[in-house]
Design a protein around this ligand. Structure first.
Ligand SMILES: [Zn+2]
Length: 83
């Protein structure tokens, strides 16, 4: 009898731990994705204007570097029209 209770206890504990870990992970993910905007460009170290920091949540690049990155992203989609 007592053994069954112990097992249930262990299972409840494991379930609680799993729940805690899961919610912790989702919180961590949220924190990572909603990072505050940087004051300086991550690539070239240039000042990022306050207007841009407010407009783009979690901005990490200045306008120039952002354009370069976006260009690379578009070029890296694998869709090419050159013949
Ligand atoms: Zn930059």
């Amino acid at each position: 009898m007592t053994k069954t209770f112990e097992l249930n206890d262990e299972m409840a504990q494991a379930a609680t731990e799993l729940l805690l870990t899961t919610s912790l992970n989702s919180i961590l993910r949220e924190v990572r994705t909603s990072k505050p905007s940087l004051h300086f460009c991550e690539d070239c170290g240039a000042d990022i204007p306050e207007a841009r920091r407010k407009a783009v949540r979690g901005v990490r690049l200045c306008i120039g570097c952002q354009e370069v990155h976006e260009h690379h992203q578009r070029a890296g989609t694998g869709v090419t029209y050159d013949r």
